[in-house]
Design a protein around this ligand. Structure first.
Ligand SMILES: Cc1cc2nc3c(=O)[nH]c(=O)nc-3n(C[C@H](O)[C@H](O)[C@H](O)COP(=O)(O)OP(=O)(O)OC[C@H]3O[C@@H](n4cnc5c(N)ncnc54)[C@H](O)[C@@H]3O)c2cc1C
Length: 512
């Protein structure tokens, strides 16, 4: 243990998507010192990380924590949940699809007890984002994606959306908004947008980045968090202390994991593992949510043009239930045959192909994250309970999705590109058989959220209150995807960045 005191005003645990925003904003005040504890290395000069189109190559590599799931009787037990171990977190690994959450997403939070997080007050935080959010550039718009958009318009009568973030929508098809720089395909991740300018200019002496450093236990003085114990790259153990606050931004897997290892969580579970209970908080690790999706794959009758931003540049939103004010079925369109799961089931990967992925915007499954050991090295267990919702809504959404996908595939000008349906295969038409295959081959778009759920201050199952403070403790907040009460209907990264921006206001308002 090093005896040098390491004391900062704020200690931010996790230099990921939300953590980068918070560290950058807090150090705008030169009198405030911030340490960021980040498990991964810097992303600066890492072309493999910074080039958006290389995202698939990062999955399963040395910058991926790769969390497994526990057995999923109704779903796919083989999913590896990629989580990025690098500055910028998952915004350095992901596809940077950028959707401002829909008004109904924020209003759902407010109704769940997150007072002050409704659509109207949240709007201002979108305007603050520093990321370069632009529609897929003309040069990146592939001919097959354009034809897919035209076919979707005529097959199912949805409008084309040019600018998904310009106004709320309930259905539509079009090229996505991405956080990237089209001129060189460079990411506009949280680290690129919020930290690189200051690292390059050297204008934030008050910001200390402790990279390749792992936080394994919070330090508490009674009910007040005062710092965190970390292990540095060379194995040294240090206590990093916070004069003002500890801000946990380790993401939907590692934030609850760190709390549990620090004795903050469901008392009985902790006792069974022999972890001394510092604060009984039953909601930690509960309410695990995701956006599961399945896949339909086609072989094309010729190779596709090369141009693209990141090989999944367009999306379709459908509203099956017209009483809703948001879409209830989403599709990503991939200019690649996405066959990882079908191949496991014995299907072949065609040389050239495309995929449509029916995705469940508001999955009704609620899972759980828990520890199986008191050893901080042991990865937590993730039980998403995929397709366990009582009325079979999630499974039905996939079956509806394959039917819509087939209609689009039969419509010109997209139909002219396709040679055959590879998965599930045109012979599979029965709903039950479709459901079984689609669930076996289902995947995730890596959106775990909700494991340290925000709720009203007196909600006993909530982990943080509407000021993001851990209920019953002082000096500690959580700000990342784990605080989401419910998952937005759209991809969550912009929501996480906005949580980061709002957290800065909340923290600033409390400065002592
Ligand atoms: C492959 C992939 C594709 C995706 N595509 C999209 C997309 O296109 N659009 C979209 O909206 N969303 C997408 N997502 C989801 C989105 O990226 C995440 O929801 C979001 O980035 C999560 O942000 P976060 O701040 O909660 O966590 P993260 O960004 O994961 O940040 C957590 C950080 O904490 C660090 N850390 C964790 N534990 C510790 C510890 N104990 N000590 C020190 N450091 C620690 C990690 O290294 C990481 O840097 C994707 C995710 C993945 C993985």
């Amino acid at each position: 243990m090093s005896h040098t005191p390491h004391v900062y005003d704020y200690v931010v645990i996790g230099g990921g998507t939300a953590g980068s925003v918070i560290a950058s904003r807090l150090t705008e005040d030169p009198d405030v010192t911030v340490a960021v504890i980040e498990g991964g290395p810097s992303d600066i000069d890492r072309e493999d990380v910074l080039t958006l189109r290389r995202w698939l190559g990062l999955l399963g590599g040395d910058l991926d924590y790769e969390y497994t799931t526990v057995e999923q009787p109704n779903g796919n037990s083989h999913i590896l949940h990629s989580r990025a171990k690098v500055l910028g977190g998952c915004s350095s690994h992901n596809t940077l699809i950028s959707f401002k959450p829909l008004p109904s997403d924020w209003d759902e939070w407010e109704q769940a007890g997150a007072r002050g997080w409704g659509a109207v007050p949240m709007e201002a935080y979108y305007a603050r984002l520093r990321n370069n959010i632009v529609r897929v550039a003309d040069k990146d718009q592939n001919a097959i994606a354009k034809d897919w958009i035209d076919a979707a318009k005529s097959a199912i009568g949805v409008p084309e959306v040019i600018g998904f973030n310009d106004k709320p929508f309930h259905e539509g098809v079009g090229f996505l908004d991405l956080a990237y720089h089209p001129e060189n395909n460079k990411r506009s991740s949280a680290s690129v947008a919020y930290l690189h300018p200051h690292i390059e200019a050297g204008d934030r002496p008050n910001l200390t980045l402790l990279l390749e450093t792992w936080a394994y236990k919070l330090e508490l003085d009674g009910k007040r968090a005062t710092g965190v114990h970390v292990r540095t790259k060379d194995g040294a153990e240090q206590l990093i202390s916070a004069r003002q606050e500890v801000v946990v931004c380790a993401g939907a897997v590692d934030s609850p994991r760190l709390l549990l290892l620090s004795g903050i969580g469901p008392k009985r579970d902790l006792e069974e593992l022999g972890i001394p209970v510092t604060h009984d908080l039953p909601g930690v690790g509960e309410n695990l949510q995701d956006h599961p999706e399945s896949v339909i794959v086609w072989e094309t009758n010729r190779p596709l043009p090369e141009n693209s931003a990141m090989d999944s540049d367009a999306a379709l939103f459908v509203r099956r239930d017209e009483s809703l004010d948001a879409p209830d079925l989403m599709f990503h369109f991939y200019q690649i045959p996405f066959t990882d799961n079908p191949e496991r089931l014995g299907y072949e990967r065609p040389e050239h192909g495309v995929s449509m992925t029916p995705n469940i915007p508001k999955s009704r499954a609620r899972g759980r994250l828990y520890l199986t050991s008191a050893d901080p090295e042991t990865k937590p267990a993730l039980d998403f309970r995929y397709f366990t919702d009582e009325d079979g809504y999630d499974a039905r959404t996939l079956v509806d999705g394959v039917k819509i996908a087939r209609e689009i595939a039969g419509t010109e000008p997209f139909a002219g590109w396709l040679k055959r349906e590879v998965f599930p295969g045109p012979e599979v038409t029965d709903d039950e058989q479709l459901s079984e295959l689609l669930r076996k081959a289902h995947h995730t778009v890596y959106h775990p959220a909700g494991t340290c759920r925000m709720g009203a201050a007196d909600d006993e199952r909530a982990v943080v209150d509407p000021e993001l403070k851990i209920r019953g403790l002082d000096g500690i907040r959580i700000a990342d995807a784990s605080v989401f009460p419910t998952i937005p209907a759209v991809n969550p990264m912009i929501g996480v960045l906005m949580v980061g921006e709002k957290a800065v206001d909340l923290i600033g308002g409390d400065r002592r």
